[in-house]
Design a protein around this ligand. Structure first.
Ligand code: ASP
Length: 439
């Protein structure tokens, strides 16, 4: 008995003591191996899927549970955290620059997906059990109008993402103005409310962390079920989408970032040499927030960005400027559309551009935030994740390779923040050009 308890503690101890990324990788590889094995023995595959499906569905439901509160509280906190007085010239320039680059990123993502059609032919929807579970996409004209909720509480209850984002952003901006009021009777409670929202956002991130502890098991089950029912034919498309993502990331670095730096008369080679420490840290930590101290340092020490600009633009950039996440969201939504045999229409792709750019703003700078935002982008184009649906199967495939995707997109997110800080400093004639001259 005591021996049994010790052994149990040993397994749990091993589970919680092992690095999460390693566990997720084990879950994914083991899930793929078990699934491929079962695909060849249909008499075993059926019962296996029947018994294990529950554990995968629980994971999907846990993720669904947190989408609305994560978006709501992190956007209010993000918007209310910007001091209105500082939203002056530098702020507008920075935001404008973020906007241009995210559009370039999304165009690259969508163009690459239209060109290479990742996931095409996977035909996940051909599975009889999942047919008919994909909803129709809304028309373009109504998308814009429906962004404004008639009743924010109704939108929250129904999980309508775009109206929630709209309300949270406007609420956050208004809250930041009230917080800044000279009348203490207003500013004090507003500040308290801001702190409450910020604490709620932090609590949600903690919850995400807790749910991710279950991710290796959820991913094992989801991936094994996909492979057991679909067979090994899904391996190729996964490698393909990863390759397309990294080629798109590289394209954006050269075209978007390289172009912006060169347009300002600076050397891109020198930029990369100066920024590389932060880029590598972002790649391995998969967190813009965690990399913030590093990229603040390299921007100032290696690239000559003044403190007055870096201290303002970089923390905001780490939270809202995510070109890598935007590319990822556009590519993966296209992949899922192809994989379920319903390629996205032009209207749906426009909606993806809107929701992916907002999703990139709303994603926290922590590992795995992008894949949660993917749920929101999918919902906006009528691809609801329901347990057992083709969309859920395709989403599970994305979850399985998320760590690999996250490394690339976080690296891009951080690089974009540094590019913006350099370019805005150059515009403001505050960039220390000495740093760019010396070898
Ligand atoms: N991990 C990314 C970041 O920190 C966000 C994401 O998951 O897309 O920038």
């Amino acid at each position: 008995m005591a021996e049994h308890a010790a052994q149990k503690k040993g397994i749990l101890g091993w589970y919680f003591g092992t690095n999460l990324l390693a566990r997720i990788s084990i879950g994914m590889i083991a899930g793929a191996a078990v699934g491929i094995f079962l695909a060849y023995i249909p008499s075993l595959a059926g019962p296996f899927v029947g018994y294990t499906k529950f554990f995968g569905d629980v994971f999907i439901r846990l993720l669904q549970m947190i989408v609305v509160p994560v978006i709501f509280f992190s956007l209010i906190t993000g918007a209310a955290g910007i001091d209105p007085a500082r939203l002056g010239r530098v702020g507008l320039k920075t935001l404008f620059f973020y906007f241009i680059l995210v559009i370039v990123a999304l165009c690259i993502g969508l163009a690459m997906a239209n060109l290479f059609k990742p996931g095409d032919g996977l035909n996940l929807a051909a599975d009889a059990a999942v047919q008919g579970k994909t909803a129709a996409a809304p028309a373009l004209s109504s998308i814009f109008l429906n962004i404004v909720p008639t009743n924010p509480f109704d939108a929250l209850a129904k999980g309508q993402v775009l109206p929630i984002i709209f309300f949270a952003l406007t609420f956050g901006i208004a809250l930041s103005i009230v917080r800044d009021s000279s009348d203490e009777r207003l500013s004090k409670p507003a500040d308290a409310l801001y702190r409450v929202c910020s604490a709620c956002a932090e609590t949600m991130y903690k919850l995400v962390g807790g749910i991710m502890q279950y991710a290796p098991i959820g991913i094992f089950v989801l991936i094994s079920n996909v492979f057991a029912t679909q067979g090994p034919k899904v391996v190729g498309p996964l490698i393909f989408i990863l390759a397309i993502a990294y080629v798109s990331f590289a394209l954006h670095v050269v075209v978007g970032f390289g172009g912006a730096i060169a347009l300002h008369g600076l050397s891109f080679g020198k930029f990369l040499r100066g920024a590389q420490g932060a880029m590598i840290t972002a790649f391995v930590t998969r967190s813009s927030n965690a990399t913030l101290p590093v990229f603040m340092r390299v921007s100032e020490e290696n690239l000559g960005v003044p403190r007055s600009i870096s201290s303002f633009t970089l923390p905001i950039g780490a939270t809202i400027n995510m070109d890598g996440t935007a590319i990822y969201l556009s590519l993966c939504s296209m992949f899922i559309g192809f994989a379920i045999g319903k390629p996205l229409t032009f209207e749906q792709q426009i909606t993806v551009m809107i929701t992916a750019s907002l999703g990139a703003v709303g994603a926290a700078g922590v590992p795995g935030a992008g894949v949660i935002m993917l749920l929101m982008v999918l919902e906006s184009i009528g691809l609801k994740i329901e347990a057992g649906s083709a969309v859920a199967a395709a989403y599970a495939m994305m979850l399985g390779i998320d760590a690999l995707m996250d490394m690339g997109r976080t690296c891009l997110n951080v690089t974009g923040d540094i590019v913006a800080a350099v370019v805005v400093s150059k515009h403001e004639k505050e960039l220390d050009l000495e740093k760019w001259r010396k070898e």
